[in-house]
Write a protein that binds this ligand. Structure first.
Ligand code: F3S
Length: 64
């Protein structure tokens, strides 16, 4: 599974990087960036939590 963040919509709540730091980091603009190409299997649950918890709904899951 892969994820991407719509940076236009991201408001910098940083819930994603708190719930799943293996996948999301905050950058200098206080927006989330995805730091992995493919989400590690052991981070998938945390990543889905992050997707569900993002108040802007701006993280998209790309299933393969
Ligand atoms: Fe942005 Fe949502 Fe994370 S608003 S910082 S992608 S929790």
């Amino acid at each position: 599974m892969r994820v991407k963040v719509d940076r236009e919509l991201c408001s910098g709540d940083a819930i994603c990087s708190e719930l799943c730091p293996e996948v999301f980091e905050m950058d200098d603009e206080e927006k989330a960036v995805v730091i992995v190409d493919v989400v590690p299997e052991d981070a998938e649950d945390a990543c889905r939590d992050a997707v569900d918890s993002c108040p802007e709904g701006c993280i998209e899951i790309i299933e393969e």
